[in-house]
Design a protein around this ligand. Structure first.
Ligand code: NAD
Ligand code: LMR
Length: 329
């Protein structure tokens, strides 16, 4: 079988980190051939074309074809998986509203082009920030494609949370499970350890033995560290996270297509679960079953946790209102 994958922002940093892993089979497995469509704006075409030459030189057995274009109609033609990475970064003097408007101008037309040209069962993963609201804008513009097909990447946040827990507990990271991210991919996000386990045992008990006062550690150390990790990477590295973001994108799509054996996190459309207003694209604990994300329902949520979820969701509501006020939703 062959899957057609469209990558926007293919000439950018995350694009460069993603392309070779996709071609090597890390995303869809060793039996699935891939056709890549690299969609850029004119200024990014040279970098995307260079990446295409290097893909050729990689002699990847799974890679059937690569096409570079700045035309969304060509870029999304027959697309099965759309990775929307290209976005307008915040420039000097740009306010939050300017950033939302600039990105609405990108993700609205891309949503419409997906509806017009992609496969009817296309799966869309938005990485470009503000990822949740960009996914909302694209979904709203994609007439005839269910909103469930549009997701925002929050897997990186979950990976960061699991890694911080593993480091604190001095255990291998793959022994840590069930650490969902709720809300927005932003500093208001809520990485939730209430249901987390380490080697099958509650994380809270293990944490107590090491950090003492767990609620204080969560409030003052863990949550801010995870929620502000993107800013920490920018400060230390001089630019935003790239390889870890590409890795999380690979894992998100792999799990969406192939299924999960436990919970993970993804920004998916709300139907009102856990008090999140219907229609918002919010991060939830999810499972992937039969190729579809399903929100894990029925979890016990403490008052403290619900307040954290509500605060991040309030930011998503604000972003939606700001885009609506611009007449772009
Ligand atoms: P980058 O600036 O290196 O690359 C972005 C590329 O997108 C550029 O080549 C640019 O030409 C292209 N582009 C811009 N508008 C486009 C459009 N309309 N169509 C197609 N291509 C377009 O940035 P990067 O480091 O690759 O990051 C990309 C995005 O991912 C940023 O918005 C960043 O904030 C975001 N990000 C998200 C997460 C997450 O977890 N969700 C993590 C890290 C970074
Ligand atoms: C990240 O989480 O690393 C990025 O979303 C940060 C950013 O602002 O690009």
């Amino acid at each position: 079988m062959t899957t057609t994958i469209t990558l926007t922002g293919a000439g950018g940093q995350i694009g460069y980190a993603l392309l070779f892993r996709i071609a090597a089979g890390d995303m869809l497995g060793p039996d699935e051939k891939v056709r890549l469509r690299l969609l850029e704006i004119p200024q990014g075409l040279g970098a995307a074309e260079g990446a295409a030459l290097e893909l050729q030189d990689g002699a990847f057995g799974l890679l059937e074809h690569v096409e570079v274009t700045d035309d969304p109609a060509v870029g999304f033609d027959g697309c099965d998986l759309a990775l929307l990475v290209g976005a307008r970064p915040r420039g000097p003097g740009m306010e939050r509203g300017d950033l939302l408007a600039a990105n609405a101008g990108i993700f609205g037309p891309q949503g419409a082009a997906i509806a017009a040209h992609a496969s009817s069962d296309v799966r869309v993963t938005v990485v470009g920030n503000p990822a949740n609201t960009n996914a909302l804008i694209a979904a709203a513009a994609a007439d005839g494609i269910p909103a469930e097909r549009f997701t925002a990447l929050t897997r990186l946040d979950e990976n960061r949370a699991r890694a911080q827990l593993a480091q604190t507990l001095a255990v291998p990271v793959d022994t840590i499970r069930r650490v969902p991210i709720w809300g927005n991919h932003s500093a208001t996000q809520f990485p939730d350890v209430s249901h987390a386990t380490v080697a099958g045992e509650p994380v809270a008990k293990a944490l107590e033995a090491i950090v003492g006062d767990v609620p204080t550690w969560l409030d003052e150390t863990f949550i801010p560290r995870v929620a502000k990790r993107g800013a920490e990477i920018i400060r230390v590295r001089g630019s935003s996270s790239v390889a870890s973001a590409a890795n999380a994108t690979i894992e998100h799509v792999r799990d969406w297509v192939h299924g999960t054996d436990d919970w993970t996190s993804a920004g998916v459309v709300s139907h009102g679960e856990y008090g999140v207003p219907a229609g918002l694209i919010s991060s939830f604990p999810v499972r992937s079953i039969d190729g579809e994300w399903q929100i894990v329902e029925g979890l016990e949520i403490s008052e403290w946790a619900q307040a954290r979820i509500d605060a991040s969701v309030a930011e998503l509501v604000e972003e939606r209102e700001a885009v609506r006020a611009l007449g772009m939703l």
